[in-house]
Design a protein around this ligand. Structure first.
Ligand code: BGC
Length: 870
């Protein structure tokens, strides 16, 4: 099955155009081409190694790379080909130095397509917890499982897409529709994962906000996300900057173009922003089959091609591999660029300690059988043991359940219908409460919506090792509960006055290589409505029963208007995408063992037309879609506030079974912002140096008697090609405009991982005491929003989330004092002229709000003045 889905990926172009032929409902538009978008050249690629934290790892890498041949270096940079190993992709190895094929494998919520793993809750669920510790703990679990299976690089977390398009297929893989929620979710996950020695790959840089047309086909080119400099910095790059600050080892480049230059060879994006300004020390890898040019991408700063294949997968061709060896020999790619690629890759490997007892892959994502083809992509492949069925679950089910539970977001609870009592008379409706009738994991990569929705579909999935459905968990507690798990309301059901109906509905989305019920990844045909007649099911239940609870499993915003105000619909909760512990986490909350403490990681609107017109899905039969980010920073709640549109439920909303009071707020200045721009950046430290002469052709020639696998990708050239390339080294490659080998002056906004370290010094610290004023235990989230002053000279959103903290479980009457810290960057705008972050001097005019949602403010602080409760 996995194999089939990979073929589908390779053929995604065809699938995409077929999908578009079918009629679609909702705001799908075409756009005129945008001639203004432009991505300036930025060369040469900055070398890695200048940050002191990385000095030791770079030292080790330098020692080895100094002794490597041309072919060995190239082998580290290029995947061995699709299906040419157990993982989604693997590099070549360098046995002489004990470097194995480096295994890169999905996903952001668990090890994909294997066994005895944990299927953790998805990113959107993690975001809804607003709990930094759980974010970290889940990261540790992910890292431990990756390591246990022998995955060197786990392909996650995802912080792009950012939810710009509510219908976008992959929003659920990330942490929410706000850059700071994404940034904290991403950074905590990275730190947790990498604490185990597994390398995280932060993805997808950047602007991959819709699934359709993300890749090129015979008739279309992957869309161009046209993003202005300020919006890029203040919104879309923010979580990537925090990921780099968390020392992420790898960044995955998106399929699409940014400002008309393909991300995989966009020199401004990789060389300029990621490596120079953000000081990224790890390696940059393509998204799968996103590589479209050999020399161009090398010069633009790409370090690794995955899975290595060229334009047509499985044909044994690559833009790198053999071709990279050739282009170094003929002088097109400077040898110091190749040295930097290899050094970056090895430095990450050393930094995470993968040279010490890191397991080799003991699973295969290509088959569930114990034995199988070692290289399924080859015409003739040896067979061997590929699955050792290693159990890596440990006690991660506890974390999985805690995340799913603490994410559950109570939207309404009239008359305190919830929590339920154990002897309540319950009638349960909707297929979303039960199992997949065709069996656990019955469709590859979750490319179907059957039974309870535990995750979206595509590469961002993992197999469920087991599934506790809501039905299982409810039946366990309430033996008299009656289940009617169909999508149409049973006419025969009788309603007694004491009955409580619980209706389960869902909304799904996923990745473009699978179309589910007419949705090609993005929610084209379903729109933002419940699937499987969910709205009708709730309405029918509300007609018959006077007490109805609605439980929603959803990838993102969903319109509730057909029923949310109906009198019998007393309680509504969003359980997001809970993973394997769907049922237990839900009953923990439904029956009151825990109060709900999740908060919405996005806004729920009254109707889809509440969003800016520019965030609809785009389609176009030919050419390239120009996706202009004309709404700028005004995504999700920022837009609703500016346009004064009341949402149905605001960003950050989430009720509890208890209530909280915020008191004794105070603000203190930690670092005085005595200048608008940060103090000068530190200089770069030294980077490893190597001889720059072109290596001998013999370093890339096939070793004699080499047992090669047909169509596997190797770095070697035959003798004639190698000699010809070397002889050609005086011929000049047609370098792109703006190409230079002289390093650019260091960008003033840079200086360390994530940017100028002065940006991350704590400027203000806000304290607030949270007291549980109700009668049950519960956890509160304090969300801190800033309102920047007009003196900055540009319009800014009236509220921007910049920090959050969550209390422990507070008993009735108990208090906890929370400290929320904000940095210089948190109160700055990106000055596009100066190319630096500009803050209000001393924080003059800055206002800070702390509350339980963006519209439920409890505390206001004026910098330089006082804080008051509201
Ligand atoms: C997805 C990536 C994923 C990769 C490898 C691509 O289609 O966009 O997120 O990591 O495949 O499976």
């Amino acid at each position: 099955m996995a194999l089939i889905s990979w073929f589908s990926l390779a053929l995604v172009a065809i699938a995409t155009s077929c999908t578009l032929a079918s009629p679609v409902r909702g705001p799908l538009e075409t756009r005129a081409s945008n001639d203004g978008a432009f991505s300036p050249p930025y060369y040469p690629a900055p070398k890695g190694g200048w940050v002191s934290n990385w000095a030791e790892a770079y030292g080790k890498a330098h020692h080895i790379v100094s002794n490597m041949t041309l072919a060995e270096k190239v082998n580290l940079t290029t995947g061995t080909g699709i299906f040419m190993g157990p993982c989604a992709g693997q590099t070549g190895s360098v046995p002489r130095f004990g470097i194995p094929n480096i295994c890169l494998h999905d996903s952001p919520l668990g090890v994909r397509n294997t066994d005895h793993n944990t299927a953790f809750p998805a990113g959107i669920t993690v975001g809804a917890t607003f709990d930094k510790e759980l974010m970290y703990e889940r990261g540790v679990g992910l890292g431990e499982e990756a390591r246990g299976k022998g995955v060197n690089v786990l392909l996650g977390p995802s912080v792009g897409p950012m939810g710009r398009k509510p219908r976008g297929g992959r929003n659920w893989e990330g942490f929410g529709f706000d850059p700071v929620l994404q940034a904290i979710g991403g950074a905590q996950t990275i730190k947790g994962m990498q604490s185990t020695g597994a390398i995280a790959s932060l993805k997808h840089l950047v602007g991959n906000e819709q699934e359709m047309h993300r890749m090129s086909s015979v008739v279309t080119q992957g869309y161009s996300s046209n993003i202005d400099d300020r919006t890029l910095h203040e919104f879309y790059l923010w979580p990537f900057a925090e990921g780099v600050r968390a020392e992420v080892g790898s960044v995955m480049i998106a399929y699409n173009d940014v400002n008309k230059s393909a991300c995989s060879q966009n020199s401004k994006l990789i060389n300029g922003i990621l490596k120079d300004e953000l000081g990224f020390q790890g390696f940059v890898v393509t998204d799968w089959l996103a590589h479209i040019g050999g020399v161009s991408s090398a010069l633009a700063g790409l370090d690794m091609s995955m899975p290595g294949d060229g334009a047509i997968p499985l044909f044994g061709n690559s833009y790198w591999g053999y071709e990279l060896s050739r282009s170094v020999l003929n002088g097109s790619v400077p040898v110091d660029r190749l040295n930097d690629m290899a050094t970056r890759i090895l430095a990450v490997w050393f930094k995470m300690g993968q040279d010490q007892n890191y397991p080799l892959p003991n699973f295969s994502s290509n088959t569930d059988d114990e034995k199988g083809l070692l290289y399924p992509g080859a015409l003739v492949s040896p067979i061997g043991v590929v699955n050792q069925f290693v159990n890596v679950q440990a006690d991660h089910n506890i974390t999985a359940r805690a995340v799913a539970r603490d994410a559950i977001t109570l939207l309404k609870n009239e008359g305190d219908l919830l929590p339920l009592r154990r002897n309540d008379s319950l009638k349960i409706f909707g297929s979303d409460a039960g199992p997949d009738p065709q069996g656990l994991n019955s469709c590859a990569d979750k490319g179907c919506n059957r039974g309870v929705l535990t995750m979206g579909w595509g590469s961002g999935t993992a197999k469920l090792p087991y599934l506790i459905t809501p039905q299982d968990a409810i039946a366990d507690i309430s033996p008299t509960a009656e289940f009617h798990l169909s999508d149409s309301f049973p006419s025969s059901v009788t309603a007694n006055p004491d009955d409580i109906a619980i209706v389960f509905i869902n909304s799904d989305s996923g990745e473009n290589f699978i179309t589910v019920e007419g949705n090609p990844g993005d929610r084209t045909s379903a729109g933002l409505h419940a699937w499987h007649n969910g709205d009708d099911l709730v309405k029918a239940a509300a007609e018959k029963f006077s007490n109805v609870v609605v439980v929603i499993h959803t990838v993102g915003p969903i319109i509730l208007e057909e029923w949310v105000d109906l009198e019998p619909v007393k309680a509504v909760l969003i359980a997001h995408l809970p993973g394997q512990e769907a049922g237990n986490s839900l009953t923990d909350v439904l029956f009151g063992d825990y109060s709900p403490s999740g908060h919405l990681p996005y806004t729920i609107p009254y109707q889809e037309s509440n969003y800016p017109a520019s965030v609809g899905l785009l389609q176009q039969p030919f050419g390239q879609i120009q996706d202009d980010y004309t709404e700028g920073l005004y995504i999700d709640y920022r837009h609703f506030l500016r346009e004064q549109i009341t949402p149905r439920y605001p960003f950050g909303h989430g009720l509890s079974y208890t209530t909280f009071d915020f008191s004794e707020p105070s603000i203190s200045i930690v670092t005085l912002l005595d200048t608008a721009y940060p103090p000068s950046r530190p200089d770069k430290g030294p980077v490893p140096t190597y001889p720059t002469n072109i290596p001998a052709a013999s370093e890339a020639i096939w070793p004699s008697n080499f047992p090669s696998i047909w169509r596997y990708l190797y770095p070697y050239l035959n003798k004639a090609d190698a000699t010809a390339a070397a002889a050609n080294s005086t011929k000049k490659y047609p370098y792109p405009e703006g190409y230079s080998t002289t390093p650019k002056p260091a960008p003033r906004a840079g200086g360390a991982e994530g940017g100028n370290p002065a940006l991350f010094e704590v400027a203000f610290s806000v304290e607030v005491t949270v007291t549980n004023t109700g009668h049950r235990q519960g956890r509160a989230v304090a969300q801190l929003y800033v309102e920047l002053p007009d003196s900055l000279g540009v319009e800014t959103p009236s509220r921007q989330l910049r920090q959050f903290e969550k209390t422990k479980i507070l008993q009735s009457g108990e208090s906890e004092t929370l400290t929320l810290e904000i940095t210089r960057k948190d109160v700055s705008i990106w000055d596009v002229v100066v190319q630096d972050w500009k803050a209000p001097v001393r924080g003059d005019g800055l206002k800070i709000y702390v509350g339980e949602s963006v519209l439920d403010e409890r505390v206001e602080c004026v910098v330089g003045g006082e804080c008051s409760t509201l």
